[in-house]
Design a protein around this ligand. Structure first.
Ligand code: GLU
Length: 482
């Protein structure tokens, strides 16, 4: 099997966690690294219906689309190995479970929930690990027939060899050998006909000809069962790599306590897909010990499995923000304006375009456009009039500054605000005439025009805002300050 076929196999249980999407990214990069024959497959593992959420599939697709992780096969696009939703493959799991039973590698278990509960309690009381006690594995043919006649509900369990050792091949953590006697007789098929994850994942990875299984390291404890299942079926085990979890700065699994955990939340906060992609690629993978900025193409060219590390990756929000700033600064003005639009829907596109060069160096997230520039798009500003009166100023000197500024600006016809340098020189001269510092004079003017003390460069703001609105706002500030 030379073709690279890797899969992302999420369960539709909510907005995907950044750690899961990071794993999907590794799959994607590995598929693309191997060229046009490499396939990135999306398989929806929806066999645990109790945990499913209604729009679960959409949330997954949305997250992958945000980062441009386009899948080659999947529930919506199809492919030669479908269906790609496990709930549509129940007959396949049943058939495979029956095959294991026929071979003697699995058996029907009729134990009731009460019996299993009592069994676990007894084991706990005796300080033993809780695991299935082989009760139905050792049933006589007559007892088995009696259960069948009575129509008792049954599950299928894997008959794990009671002796011997099994080697677990993992290209990230290295091979590990375990005693088979430690492995539980795992349920493979539940009484409602649904498979457990363990049966479904092995059957599907085999039938879909997955060449490399790349998944989160929380699956390491289940790995022995999977290897034993491959052996029971007589199938070759594709190389497995368990990717380290994404942790918060306190070294615990990244959770809501640490802030955002779903990638779409980062999108909504204004992180560019380019930045998020770059940042997530470094959560467990490194090209060398210094390079941090990678375009998608560079990631694809450089991504190899041997560079995935086994140490847990720590999610550093400050680094993500820095990286996002870097990518924002690299955007062309038109592109930035288009991307800002959804964050400030009331803005007209021409104004946003004019604003782009100013905000580029001032925001680290697209959503910050609101705090920085919403004043441009409002009719009337709401602000505390006290803000108009700067350090060492009073109502009289502030009024004088605003009146002088207004008189100067009035001389320029609509459109002539383009001459920023000339206007600024005149306004500076006004400040000097009044004996005011530039910070005092322009501070008052800035608050009058924007309602804020920190904004993009004032001359540019007034140019974008235009003569009429600028003068109207100064006039209103003059009323407020008296
Ligand atoms: N459905 C599992 C999950 O969402 C998939 C794990 C795997 O990739 O095998 O975690």
């Amino acid at each position: 099997m030379n073709q690279t076929r890797v899969r992302f196999a999420p369960s539709p249980t909510g907005a995907p966690h950044v750690g899961n999407i990071r794993t999907a990214l590794f799959d994607y990069l590995w598929a693309r690294h191997t060229g046009p024959s490499g396939k990135f497959i999306l398989r929806i593992e929806d066999t645990d219906q109790a945990r499913e959420v209604e729009n679960g599939l959409e949330l997954i697709l949305d997250s992958l689309r945000y980062l441009g992780l386009q899948w080659d096969e999947g529930p919506d696009v199809g492919g030669a190995f479908g269906p790609y939703r496990q709930s549509e493959r129940l007959h396949i799991y049943k058939e495979h479970a029956e095959r294991l039973i026929a071979q003697g590698n699995a058996y029907y278990c009729y134990c009731t929930a009460e019996r299993l509960d009592q069994m676990r309690k007894d084991q706990q009381a005796r300080g033993l690990p809780t695991r299935y006690d082989y009760h139905c594995r050792d049933l006589s043919a007559a007892d088995r027939a009696a259960h069948e006649r009575a129509g008792d509900p049954r599950v299928v369990r894997l008959a794990v060899p009671r002796e011997g050792k099994t080697t677990l091949p993992d290209f990230i953590h290295g091979d590990l050998t375990i005693d088979n006697s430690q492995v539980d007789d795992q349920v493979l098929l539940k009484s409602d006909g649904f498979p457990t994850y363990h049966l479904a994942v092995v059957v599907d990875d085999h039938l879909m000809q997955i060449s490399h299984v790349i998944r989160g390291d929380d699956w390491i404890p289940s790995f022995p069962k999977h290897v034993l299942l491959y052996q029971a079926f007589g199938w070759e085990i594709p190389p497995h790599g368990h990717v380290p979890n994404v942790l918060g700065n306190d070294k615990k699994k990244l959770s809501k306590r640490h802030g955002s955990t779903s990638v779409t939340q980062f999108r909504d906060d204004g992180y560019l897909p380019e930045a998020m992609l770059n940042f997530l690629a470094l959560m467990g993978w490194a090209y060398d010990d210094k390079t941090e900025l990678f375009t998608r193409d560079q990631l694809i060219a450089n991504f190899t499995l041997d560079k995935i590390g086994h140490a847990p990756a720590v999610f550093d929000p400050a680094k993500l923000e820095w990286m996002n700033g870097v990518y924002i600064r690299e955007l062309a003005d038109d592109d930035l304006a288009t991307r800002l639009q959804p964050y400030i829907p009331q803005a007209d596109p021409a104004t946003l375009r004019a604003l782009a060069p100013f905000v580029k160096t001032r925001i680290k997230k697209l959503s910050e456009i609101v705090a920085i520039a919403d004043f441009l798009f409002e009719e009337d500003l709401e602000y505390d009039p006290q803000l108009l009166i700067g350090k060492g100023m009073d109502a009289a000197s502030t009024s004088a500054a605003l009146r002088a500024a207004s008189a100067t600006l009035e001389k320029y016809p609509e459109g002539a605000f383009d001459d920023e340098e000339k206007i600024e020189a005149e306004l500076r001269a006004d400040a000097e005439k009044l004996g005011q510092k530039n910070a005092q004079f322009f501070g008052a003017l800035r608050v009058a025009v924007t309602g804020k003390m920190v904004t993009p460069p004032l001359m540019g703001v007034m140019r974008i805002m235009g003569r009429e609105k600028t003068l109207r706002r100064i006039a209103r500030a003059l009323q407020l300050v008296q």
